[in-house]
Design a protein around this ligand. Structure first.
Ligand code: COA
Length: 374
């Protein structure tokens, strides 16, 4: 293969962004210039969502208005609710997520208006409505009644309420909020690049987010948090962990929740998420997952020098919170809608059609023979 081909766009800088900065050398990640760890400790997820979308942290009145806007837009149409209720019960919730955003695009009166103000309104609508649709599927596929959003509840509280019919303790809500803050944005990852690529043809925000969800689904990207849980369930108990992970490494298996294209010395989001995973584990009197977590992590670092990525702690955290494993990546979607939307608006503001080149390596100059001569 020729040296000028950059498979996977490895190391290629394709554009500028002001949304976030990943700094692997100093193990840091900032959103609009604020360290993500600082945001996790001092802000709610909604404040961070505002920051990502509006470039600044909100003051009190801006925040009040933002929360009101979200609350006002949380309800989904009867049409969408019926569609969700009639989706195949065995459908993967990521496929449901992809489809509901696409349906919202059919229903939105401003779908084809790509002006900055329209895109912001649509971003808010997609951000506010998607949790309602996802929670509806969470319940409908179990044959349970769909619970509509409840006024006065924050983003995370309301999502728990719509899934389980009740709001858990403040500590659990904080841990969930932190996971959403950490998942909200991460520069030019594959789903964000997908969203920007779709936008670059001057397509609309619903199309770009629908495509991004399809990209996030893959196990090498967002789907890894589900795979981590499958791995932990296969390991079953801490006593099996060392044997299992050593065998996986002997077999040269890819261990999900480890490694990263950009971070090679550890994911900047992991220490914060790990702290909250351990808190949730303690609250739930978990005797197994935190031990499996440490055992597998230590072997991965010792034998391969490969560190966990953020999907490693979020997987067991969501499990202990009571979510079905196949809803882990849709939860990632609810948060990343903010980052995708910011990138889509940024792409529109300084657009250049994304159209790379390829090196042709197929047959050369063949002559077409007529059918009866072939
Ligand atoms: N388990 C075992 N080995 C791994 C690994 C993992 N999770 N991640 C990387 N490696 C190994 C590779 O096998 C490769 O070894 P080699 O040089 O002997 O062939 C080396 O580390 C480099 O990995 P590579 O796949 O080239 O890095 P990448 O930058 O292309 O891939 C990921 C990054 C994320 C795709 C990769 O680490 C991965 O598949 N991880 C698991 C999925 C996951 O957790 N994804 C979520 C990311 S946030």
């Amino acid at each position: 293969m020729s040296e000028d081909i950059k498979k996977g766009l490895l190391g290629i800088v394709v554009d500028e962004t002001t949304v976030s900065q990943v700094m692997p050398d100093i193990n840091s990640l900032t959103y609009r210039g604020y360290a993500v760890q600082d945001l996790c400790e001092k802000c709610s997820f909604e404040e961070v969502a505002y920051l990502i979308l509006n470039k600044e942290l909100p003051n009190k009145s801006q925040f009040r208005k933002f929360k009101k806007d979200l609350e006002k837009n949380r309800n989904i149409t009867i049409n969408l609710r019926e569609i969700v209720k009639h989706m195949p019960k065995k459908a993967h919730p990521m496929d449901v997520a992809r489809t509901v955003v696409s349906v919202m695009g059919l229903e939105d009166k401003e779908t084809n208006n790509n002006s900055p103000s329209s895109n912001m309104r649509k971003a808010i609508r997609i951000f506010a409505k998607t949790p309602t649709a996802i929670a509806a599927f969470f319940r409908a596929r179990k044959g349970k009644n769909v619970i509509p959003p409840k006024k006065g509840l924050g983003f995370s509280e309301n999502f728990f309420y719509m899934c389980f019919g009740k709001v858990p303790s403040k500590e659990i809500i904080k841990a969930f909020d932190v996971s959403l803050i950490l998942y909200a944005e991460h520069s030019f990852n594959v789903s964000t690049f997908t969203a920007r690529t779709i936008t670059s043809s001057l397509s609309d925000i619903h199309s770009a987010i629908t495509g991004a969800i399809g990209s996030l689904k893959g196990p090498l990207h967002g789907g890894a948090n589900e795979e981590v849980m499958h791995m932990m369930n296969k390991i079953k108990k801490p006593e099996n962990a060392l044997k299992w992970i050593n065998k996986a490494l002997d077999n040269k298996d890819v261990v999900m929740g480890f490694g990263h294209r950009v971070y090679k010395k550890g994911d900047s989001r992991v220490p914060t998420m790990e702290k909250y995973f351990k808190k949730v584990s303690k609250i739930n009197k978990d005797k197994k997952f935190h031990k499996i977590y440490d055992l597998v992590k230590n072997v991965m670092i010792e034998r391969k020098n490969i560190h966990p990525n953020v999907d490693y702690p979020t997987g067991p955290t969501y499990h202990l919170m009571g979510f079905d494993t196949d809803f882990f990546t849709p939860i990632f979607v609810l948060s990343r809608i903010t980052g995708w939307s910011a990138h889509i608006m940024e792409q529109h503001a300084a657009n250049k059609l994304i159209r790379p080149l390829s090196k042709y390596s197929g047959e050369q100059h063949r002559k077409v023979m007529l059918l009866n001569q072939r």
